[in-house]
Design a protein around this ligand. Structure first.
Ligand SMILES: C[S@@+](CC[C@H](N)C(=O)[O-])C[C@H]1O[C@@H](n2cnc3c(N)ncnc32)[C@H](O)[C@@H]1O
Length: 224
């Protein structure tokens, strides 16, 4: 599968996937999207020993943004990230790009070990990264009531409706702890409806480079 490199509005690199004919990130800024749609609105630094589900890992920018945010806020507790991905072609690109996250050297080592030596876990400096390679809809069933945060980042509902269905949302809901929360760039009606049908309390997220806000979803009743 051919991936075409493309520079985004904040100078960071992404790729166009020619099969779905979509970019892996928003054109306005790939790194900015990871920070402003995922790590910032979820306030990922607030929990001790956070466990994160990076659903649709791709180049791992969301994992990079989350780890950097946790550490830059002085939270030095143990971080565990489950990384869901089903394409080795995009993982190979992790070895080439340079998004500037402090944690990206670790992410690159983790991906390289996975691709070259089939090692699915990397533990270093109180950070554990676990590759759950395959269809995220199946892999998610192996995680139960364990995670604090879910970063949901498939291609669009139009191109990949199966990753936005109610049943998948229910399994993500089940993978989260009672206080768990989810962020996704999508603001599509069907996405919000399926999140709600799965039991989440849904709220608008920040507006970045698009006219409508992204989406935040909470397993508990969120008070503002
Ligand atoms: C929009 S991109 C995500 C970009 C990514 N978060 C990043 O920071 O680079 C969607 C990703 O989902 C992956 N994907 C598509 N279908 C999947 C599936 N059924 N299970 C797991 N990953 C899948 C694609 O290979 C692609 O890397």
């Amino acid at each position: 599968m051919k991936l075409v490199p493309e520079k985004t509005g904040d100078g960071s690199e992404t790729f166009r996937n020619l099969v779905v004919d979509e970019l892996y990130h928003t054109k306005s800024g790939a790194v900015t999207e990871a920070i402003e749609k995922y790590s910032e609105p979820l306030k990922v630094w607030q929990k001790e020993n956070p466990v994160i589900l990076d659903i649709c890992f791709g180049l791992g920018y969301n994992t990079g943004a989350v780890i950097d945010a946790i550490r830059s806020h002085g939270n030095n507790s143990k971080i565990k990230v489950y990384c869901f991905e089903n394409e080795k072609v995009i993982l190979e690109k992790v070895l080439d790009v340079n998004p500037g996250f402090k944690s990206y050297r670790l992410i690159r080592e983790f991906v390289k070990n996975f691709l070259r030596e089939k090692r699915e876990t990397l533990s270093k400096g109180n950070i554990e990264l676990v590759m759950l390679f395959g269809d995220a809809r199946k892999k998610i069933r192996g995680v139960k009531c364990e995670a604090d945060y879910a970063l949901l980042d498939p291609f669009s509902p139009k191109k990949q409706p199966e990753l936005w269905e109610k049943e998948f949302m229910e399994n993500i809901y089940a993978a989260l702890k009672d206080e768990g929360s989810l962020a996704t760039y999508s603001y599509a009606k069907v996405v919000r409806e399926n999140l709600e049908a799965a039991g989440f309390k849904v709220m608008p997220g920040p507006v970045i480079g698009r006219r409508s806000p992204s989406t935040l979803a909470y397993k508990y009743k969120k008070t503002l």
